[in-house]
Design a binder for this molecule. Structure first.
Ligand code: FMN
Length: 408
C-alpha cells in the first residue's frame, strides 16, 4: 500500500491510497461528503484480492487531501478535481463512488463523453434526495463540524459550498449521456435515497443495473461491506472483466512464459560432478516426477546452460529440492559467473554426486535418457536414492516470484 499524490483543480494536492498491482485493472474509489477514504477499507481489500488495483482518493477538504484556502467546495471544483486525477492515471478505471462522490463521478463522465472511465458504480447517490432526510444529515454534519472537542478529518467549510438544487439538476442531466456499464446500489434502509427516485434515476442511463443491499442504510459499503463487495465483484467480473492475456502460436514468448508461470512449482538445484572433480549445478524448476516403476524423474535444461555439458555427460546427477530458507541458494545457482559451491554447504553422494546441504530432498539419479526438447534438453533420471527432510516447508515459485506455503 502506498500513498500517491495527484494535482487537482487549481493546483491543490489530492492524496490517494494505492493498493494492488499496477498490472491489474484499476478501480477508483470516491467517498461521500463529510467522510474520508477510510470508509472503503473492506471494499478496497476485497477488490485487491479479486485482482484489481485500487486508488482510494480523499476528496478536496477531506482526509489527507489539501483543504483549499479559497474553500471552493462547489460541484464544479470537485468535478474538475476528478478529471485531473483521471488524466494522471495510466488507464481508465472503473469509478466506484458513494453519495457526493457519485454526483461528482456522474457529472464528470456524463459531461465528458464517457471516455474517462471503464464503468461506474454509484452507491446511494441519486440526484433526487429526500429533502427531510438530507436536512437531517446536513444538520448532523453541521453539529459535528461545530464541535471543538474533536480533530476534524474534513473541512467544516465544505458544508457551505454546494448549491444543492443546481447540483441535482446537473447530475440528473448528465445521466442521459452516460453509455458505460453502470451499477446503481441502494441501501434498502437508506432514508436519503427513496426507492422510487432511485428507480427513476437508473432509467435515465442507457446501460444501468440496479441492486439493493439489505440491512444497509445510506452508508451502504460501510453498513454491509460483505453484501456490497459480493454485488460489486459480480458486476465487475460480468461487465468490466479483467483482461486475459492470450498466447497464440507464434506470438510473443513473454506471454507464453507468463502463462507457463501460472503453474506453481518448487525449486531445485540440479547438480553433477565434472570429470575433473569440480561440482557444477544450476537452479531449475522444470522438475517433474515421471514414474514409480521404474522410479523416474525429469528436469529440462536450457541448451544455453553452461552446466549442461557436464550434467548430460555424467553417469549420475543430483536433484536437490530447496526449502523455504534456501532462497539465497536458488539465487546463487541462477546467477552466472559465481562460485556457486563456495558459499553453499554440500556433500558428496554415493556416486560422487554433489548434494546440497539441508535440502528438503536430495535425489541421486543415474542417467536414464536424454531427449531433445526444443531449446531445452529433457534429462530423465532413474532415482537411486532419495533422502528427505519431512519437517520443512518448500520454497515455491509462481508467476516469476518466490512464494511460501500459506494454509488458509
Ligand atoms: C526459479 C528458477 C527456475 C529455473 N529453472 C530452470 C530450468 O528449469 N531449466 C533451466 O535450464 N534453467 C532454469 N533456470 C535458469 C538457470 O538457473 C540460470 O539460467 C542459470 O544461470 C544457468 O546456469 P548455467 O548457465 O551455469 O548452467 C531457472 C532459474 C530460476 C531462478
Amino acid at each position: 500500500m502506498a500513498e500517491q499524490e495527484f494535482k487537482g483543480f487549481g493546483g491543490i494536492t489530492l492524496r490517494a491510497e494505492v493498493s494492488g498491482s499496477p498490472d491489474d485493472p484499476a478501480v477508483l474509489l470516491l467517498h461521500g461528503g463529510g467522510q474520508t477514504r477510510q470508509v472503503w477499507g473492506d471494499v478496497a481489500a476485497s477488490l485487491v484480492t479479486a485482482g484489481r488495483q485500487v486508488i482510494n482518493l480523499d476528496l478536496r477538504g477531506h482526509g489527507t487531501s489539501e483543504w483549499p484556502p479559497d474553500a471552493r467546495y462547489d460541484l464544479d471544483a470537485f468535478v474538475e478535481d476528478l478529471k485531473c486525477v483521471l488524466a494522471q492515471l495510466p488507464s481508465r478505471p472503473v469509478i466506484v463512488a458513494a453519495s457526493l462522490g457519485g454526483w461528482i463521478a456522474a457529472a464528470a463522465i456524463g459531461e465528458d463523453g464517457g471516455h474517462l472511465a471503464a464503468g461506474l458504480v454509484l452507491v446511494d447517490a441519486p440526484p433526487e434526495i429526500d429533502a427531510a432526510a438530507a436536512h437531517k444529515v446536513s444538520e448532523s454534519l453541521r453539529k459535528y463540524a461545530e464541535r471543538t472537542d474533536t480533530k476534524k478529518d474534513w473541512d467544516p467549510k465544505f458544508l457551505k459550498g454546494m448549491d444543492l438544487e443546481a447540483a441535482t439538476r446537473r447530475v440528473s442531466a448528465a445521466a442521459e449521456n452516460i453509455k458505460l456499464p453502470v451499477l446503481f446500489v441502494r441501501g434498502a434502509l437508506s432514508e436519503l435515497t427513496p426507492a422510487d427516485a432511485a428507480g427513476r434515476y437508473v432509467k435515465k442511463f442507457e446501460n444501468a443495473e440496479f441492486a439493493e443491499i439489505r440491512e444497509a442504510g445510506h452508508m451502504v459499503a460501510f453498513d454491509r461491506s460483505d453484501l456490497f463487495n459480493a454485488t460489486l465483484l459480480d458486476f465487475l467480473e460480468r461487465r468490466v472483466p479483467r483482461f486475459m492475456p492470450d498466447y497464440r502460436s507464434g506470438s510473443d514468448a513473454r506471454t507464453l512464459r507468463d502463462a507457463l508461470g501460472c503453474f506453481a512449482t518448487g525449486v531445485t538445484i540440479v547438480t553433477a560432478m565434472s570429470p575433473k572433480g569440480e561440482p557444477v549445478g544450476l537452479t531449475a524448476n522444470s522438475f517433474t516426477s515421471v514414474s514409480l516403476d521404474p522410479p523416474l524423474l525429469l528436469v529440462c535444461i536450457a541448451k544455453t546452460s553452461g552446466s549442461l555439458k557436464v550434467i548430460e555427460e555424467a553417469e549420475h546427477f543430483g536433484v536437490n529440492v530447496l526449502h523455504i530458507g534456501q532462497q539465497p541458494v536458488s539465487n546463487a545457482f541462477a546467477r552466472p559467473g559465481e562460485d556457486r559451491f563456495a558459499k553453499t554447504p554440500w556433500q558428496r553422494g554415493q556416486k560422487n554426486v554433489p548434494l546440497i546441504g539441508g535440502a528438503l530432498v536430495n535425489f541421486e539419479c543415474s542417467r536414464h535418457a536424454l531427449h531433445d526438447g526444443g531449446d531445452h534438453v529433457i534429462l530423465v533420471g532413474k532415482v537411486e536414492r532419495a533422502k528427505y527432510e519431512p519437517r520443512r516447508d518448500p520454497l515455491l515459485y509462481f508467476k516469476g516470484k518466490y512464494r511460501r506455503l500459506h494454509f488458509a
